[in-house]
Design a protein around this ligand. Structure first.
Ligand code: AMP
Ligand code: MG
Length: 394
């Protein structure tokens, strides 16, 4: 059975690159930057007042000072400061030449009209020098960055109003299984509701992908084949759930091969989620994920996500924290690396949630992440520092 790290390499190496487009800044959230963003300005663009007060020379700070002008934000000082002079400045305004510090308004008194004196004892600069944060020509964000809300502010500040980003992956989702009914139906005997498509659609959407949900198809080769053919026409990546194990109706792998896809993964040493199909066609990717919702969730996190980002020229965006475990966790078999849902308590302790196995997706709604058992490890002792993959989106 293939170890996870080798499986991830196979997946990422199979990635082709989606095209590039330029989008208006408000649409750039959760897109991947396709070119370095370079600043066309110094930031701050001038020596900038960070407080309302009186700008002066440092040597003059404790003398009586003549107020020579007022500089609001958005205005430019008209002249340099001479000895014994100060300028009243507002937060965000450029300070005059020669100004070395700002005496904050709260600590200044007027001793005569147009004359002020510092009443504080400690002098602070309160001036940000030009280019302190960013210099003209600096790369402020590198290509491959998965854009977060704060990055939009950075792009705006360097004049990048229409960044070049990778095209958004289009992801088709199909549920397979004769037992499945849609959420609006009450399942009769032997039926269950399709929950996987909604979970996968949520995962893709949260990462910035475009989802096409093709609903449920029966365990019949022709139906699966027709649904897949359509989904491949309309998407870059197609995810199915169910039908990839060794049961009599696990038809997905055969259908894929008949559609001309090359299978690159069939079983990976992870628990849950061992049976999985990863196959590639001409600039098309396919994952046949487990039917069990916790398994397909874990498979998405471990294997689909790296491909989703590789298509856009980005790394896998995994968030792993290392925190102490509150109670000992055990498992019976250490052949595979395993993941179990855990909560992060307020003090940061990793706390297991009640978990009955890979069909128990309700456990995921009580979890903040997945604790990781390395291969060969049967027990994670209380108090040990354990890795947790965070599973929260926004
Ligand atoms: P399979 O991989 O097809 O053998 O399915 C494994 C388990 O997952 C079975 O108990 C299925 O009923 C269940 N399952 C399959 N598809 C879904 C789905 N779309 N939503 C929820 N459970 C599913
Ligand atoms: Mg099935």
């Amino acid at each position: 059975m293939l170890p996870l790290n080798e499986a991830v390499v196979i997946v990422v190496k199979s990635a082709w690159r989606l095209g590039v487009e330029s989008v208006p800044l408000p649409q750039a959230l959760h897109r991947v930057l396709a070119a370095d963003a370079v600043s066309d300005v110094d930031i701050p663009p001038f020596n900038k007042a960070n407080m309302d007060g009186y700008a002066c020379r440092r040597a003059d700070a404790f003398l009586e000072l003549r107020v020579v002008e007022h500089v609001p934000a958005g205005a430019a000082p008209s002249r340099a400061l001479g000895p014994g002079e100060c300028a009243k400045v507002m937060t965000g305004a450029p300070v005059p030449e020669n100004a070395e510090c700002i005496l904050i308004v709260e600590q200044v008194e007027e001793t005569a009209p147009g004359v002020v004196r510092f009443t504080g004892s400690e002098l602070q600069s309160h001036i940000s020098p030009r280019g302190e944060d960013v210099r003209w020509g600096d790369v402020v964000l590198h290509r491959g960055r998965w854009l977060q809300p704060q990055d939009l502010a950075v792009l705006a500040s360097v004049g990048c109003a229409a960044p070049h980003v990778s095209m958004t992956p289009r992801v088709g989702i199909i549920a397979t299984g004769d037992e499945l009914v849609p959420p609006e139906s009450l399942p009769s005997t032997a039926q269950i509701r399709n929950s996987n498509n909604f979970q996968l659609a949520g995962l893709v959407t949260a990462l910035g992908g475009l989802v096409a949900d093709y609903g449920i198809v029966r365990d019949r080769e022709e139906e699966i084949s027709a649904a897949l053919t359509r989904a491949f026409e309309e998407n870059d990546l197609v995810l199915t759930t169910g039908g990839v194990s060794m049961g009599d109706f696990d038809l997905v792998p055969g259908v894929l091969e008949r559609l001309g896809f090359e299978t690159r993964l069939r079983r990976v040493a992870i628990q849950p989620g061992k049976p999985i199909v990863f196959a590639v066609g001409d600039r098309k990717g396919f994952f046949g994920l487990s039917g069990n919702p916790v398994s397909s969730f874990v498979q998405f996190e471990l294997l689909v996500k790296p491909l989703f980002f590789a298509l856009q020229g980005a790394g896998p965006q995994t968030m792993v924290v290392h925190l102490p475990l509150s109670t000992t966790l055990r498992r019976k078999n250490a052949e595979r690396t395993a993941w179990a849902p855990v909560r992060l308590a307020e003090d940061g302790a990793v706390t297991p949630v009640e978990f009955h196995g890979s069909a128990h997706h309700h456990a995921l709604s009580h979890a903040d992440g997945l604790v990781h058992y390395p291969r060969g490890t049967l027990e994670l002792p209380a108090g040990s520092i354990v890795p947790v993959r965070l599973c929260r989106w926004g």
